[in-house]
Design a protein around this ligand. Sequence first.
Ligand code: HEM
Length: 506
Amino acid sequence: MYVTPVLLLIFGLCMVVLKRRKAKVASTAPGPLGWPVIGNLAQLGCKPHKTLTEYRKRYGDVYQITMGSCPTVVLNGQKVIRQALVKQSEDFAGRPDFYSFKFIANGNSMGFSDYGARWKMHRKIAQNVLALCANKKYNPIEEAIVSEAKFLVQNLLKSDGQPIDPHHEIYLSVGNIICALCFGKRYRRDDPDFLQLVKNNDEFMAFAGAGNPVDIMPWMRHFTKRSFKQFLKILDTMDNLCLKKQREHLDTYDATHVRDITDALIKATEETSTEEKKSVGLTDVHIMTTLQELIGAGFDTIASTLQWSILYLMTNPEWQEKVYKEILAAYGTDKDPDVTDLSELPYTEATILETMRHSCIFPFALPHSTTKDTYINGYFIKEKTLVFVNLWSVSHDPEFFHEPEVFNPSRFLDTSGTRLIVDRTKLDCFLPFGSGKRKCPGEQLAKMELFLFFTILVQKCKFEIVPGEHPVVDSKYGLTLKPIDFNVIVHDRNMENTSTVSDLPL
Ligand code: HEM
């Protein structure tokens, strides 16, 4: 007779205890035990993306680690990541309150700022500006990319059959495209402003690697004062350069003739009403700092992917030949590629996709955080919990990619081996650009740049391993994964064609 009220009382007490526990814990997900102060940092090793993908086998698709003193939920595998970023997109669209983020673009950044009304308006402006400036009709950026890619070929060929590290030349070329987009100007390779921008970008990426100690243990900044000061100096230089460009543009600005991203942003400051801006706390300074953001985001990503592509081409000569023959058949030795032809070039597209899948340059996207208390896979996660989206676990998932460690573009081809798999939604199922609300807004520009640079490089050059060397296909860990430095021998395909023609009997 008393059983029911007693059970209800016990149930009620359990709920209160559970609720209290939830209030304290960041999540109820399982995970490895960590050390005091440093948490699981020491266990991550020099390849955190691989370690955290291994942990998935032990703890499942959702688990918790501690970064310093910061509880961090790690999401793994396509299913859970899509659930979080697409189906529960608002819950997982936040950015953590990292110490270093407060200094990026003086705290006015879009990509590093938290989810909310201000971010939404800022993101919309950034997207519109990108769509306008990387648009074939309004801005012939394709032509600029094609000429820059040819210039890159010329510079690589200057090595004249001697080993060359392609890193520097690639960075200068990709840097020039982002400058053409942002400032409407191509720079000379020795221009001090330009060289400063390239150097800044390299240093920023090195500092901002995921798992930065000052972000997860802010007190560390007292012990890393010098390097943090250096970081602030990098940000300051970038700020000054963009301000200088903004002033130069304002002198000749004409709202009816938008020349580049700087102009488009100036126009956005004028066209977004004061009331609209005020209602979400967006200022003209926020809008103008989008310039720095797009330079940062559109530089290293493309440059590292191109570096990876040369490494894969030279270590997979049979694929290099297949792609070369396809490009030769489509364009001959001199015709410029056209981005609308991409789907007609299955070997080329499959090789670019496999380059992105295998290298997975953004193994943890950018750090996310929860915007409210939520649940995923049955686990509770508290509001403002740091979340790592493990994209490496998606692109290297043996359930979807047979022998994921092997570079094999044919995985994107159908059974005939000559056409791309029919279901195009499966082509980017490894989420190279993330997904949901925070999905990369530069995706279309990135795809266009990668296709044009890649196709022209293969059309004009043959990449070979330096005799006697055994290049290591592995990455250096940072915010983006870059290949370990390597040298390559670059041959001129035109010379090859000329000699083949002249070798023919008269
Ligand atoms: C190979 C090239 C690229 C790759 C693989 C890539 C990938 C990504 C990824 C994974 C994210 C994070 C998504 C998340 O946090 O969930 C991201 C964010 C972002 N990307 Fe890209 N990206 C590339 C090129 C570009 C380019 C060319 C631009 C612009 C010029 C760009 C602009 C941005 C911005 C502004 C964000 C922050 C978005 C936000 O927080 O709302 N990216 N990108």
